[in-house]
Write a protein that binds this ligand. Structure first.
Ligand code: SAH
Ligand code: SF4
Length: 385
């Protein structure tokens, strides 16, 4: 299929401007407040606690409402930091209740975030970690969009905040919530942006604020083997692996990263993932591609490949996108495949496609960031001429 891996493709640098406090862990915020002279070291912890509550429990986007913080301190905050949200360029709601936001982080840097009600304990937010992706999985829409850049922790947090704005979940509800789970299954490969993803997870899982436990946060990777142990140590999040094939020849084609980290190396890294147990299983994602990877023999191969790993299997009916080179397996074929897996002791593995009508389902996300950049450049050139 002529797919190449180009990890060195030039990407836009991270945004400049005042750092957004929403993307800082408690320790980072404390250090930044002292460094900028907002507070002395003796008061840093107390002030951080206050500011943290305003941001992550009440969802404020300005310093004005922080009434328990003196005006002089607020003035420094105002001068050196920001709190605002990026712009929501488009909001779509699917017939099935799935919501999708297209967010503009800076000119030409846009990504999508999807909320899926009825997934996880109450509802899952599918967040993006990058704009575009350096990998080119052949069945994935995002894979057709070259990497624009990694998102910062603040930009990952902004996706959570925008969802909570729209769901009306400020201050953090004491009882039942609509947003109960976070999955890093949006645009991009989270293990190529692990530091920002880990910071965001630390903020999201903090007891005060969004307070979603690490057991309800899942990182999905296409198999960046050398980062898997660090991902476990840094985040203690649940792990999902985009497997999609049971032999290297086919996986090399579907997930070209497999040429660098083949299946046996990937399985060895998964087995060593910290905290793995029957109560904390790894999820294997397997996209159902008609006539490509959906035979009963492959279902059996999948079962024997995963022997000895505390695992869940998620069969994902392929979601088509404009120009996609595959078709989704027939329903009967998926059911047969599922039955073989069920007989081996894995429960209810077919993932219902959600939000297909608004291109919000797995692998359908893509933004126009590349285009915007090119047209911006043309506009700029015209203006200069
Ligand atoms: N980059 C990460 C996370 C984002 S993709 C990864 O690859 O794991 C989230 C899931 O959607 C992955 O399992 C991916 O393989 C799957 N996916 C991609 N394109 C798809 C499509 N068109 N239909 C169904 N699932 C798809
Ligand atoms: Fe990137 Fe994941 Fe899509 Fe592969 S499936 S191209 S790793 S976003």
């Amino acid at each position: 299929m002529g797919v190449t891996l180009d990890l060195k493709r030039p990407a836009l640098a991270a945004p400049q401007g005042s750092p957004n406090l929403s993307g800082m862990t408690r320790a980072q915020m404390q250090a930044a407040l002292v460094e900028h002279g907002a507070v002395g070291p003796d008061k840093a912890r107390m002030r951080t606690n206050q500011i943290w509550r305003w941001i992550h429990n009440f969802g404020v986007t300005e310093f004005g409402p922080m009434t328990d913080i003196g005006k002089d301190v607020r003035a420094v905050l105002e001068r050196d930091f920001s709190l605002g949200r990026p712009e929501v360029v488009e909001r779509q709601v699917s017939r099935d209740g799935t919501r999708k936001w297209l967010i503009r982080f800076s000119p030409g840097v846009e990504a999508e975030t999807v909320f899926i009600p009825g997934v996880g304990r109450a509802g899952a937010l599918c967040v993006s970690s990058q704009v575009g992706c350096t990998l080119n999985c052949t069945f994935c829409h995002t894979g057709t969009q070259p990497l624009v850049r990694n998102l910062t922790a603040a930009e990952i947090m902004a996706q959570v905040q925008i969802a909570r704005d729209d769901l009306g979940e400020w201050p953090s509800p004491a009882g039942e919530r609509q947003l109960s789970n976070i999955v890093f299954m949006g645009m991009g490969e989270p293990l190529y942006n692990l530091d920002s993803v880990a910071d965001a997870i630390e903020i999201i899982s903090d007891n005060e604020g969004t307070a979603i436990s690490r057991r309800r946060i899942t990182i999905s990777t296409s198999g960046v083997v050398p980062e898997i142990p660090r991902a476990g140590e840094l985040t203690q999040a649940m792990l999902a692996i985009s497997l999609h094939a049971t032999n290297d020849a086919l996986r090399d084609e579907l997930v070209p990263l497999n040429r660098r980290y083949p299946i046996q190396e990937l399985l060895a890294a998964i087995k060593a993932y910290p905290g793995l147990s029957n109560a904390r299983r790894v999820t294997f994602e397997y996209v159902m591609l008609k006539g490509i990877n959906d035979s009963p023999a492959e279902a059996k191969a999948l079962v024997s490949l995963l022997k000895g790993i505390p695992a869940k299997i998620n069969l994902i009916p392929f979601n088509p996108w404009p120009g996609s080179p595959y078709a989704c397996s027939d329903w009967g074929t998926i059911e047969k495949f599922a039955a073989i897996i069920n007989r081996a002791g894995y429960a209810s593995p077919i993932r219902t496609p959600r939000g297909r009508d608004i291109l919000a389902a797995c692998g359908q996300l893509k933004s126009e960031s590349e285009k915007t950049r090119a047209s911006d450049l043309r506009k700029q050139a015209k203006a200069e001429a």
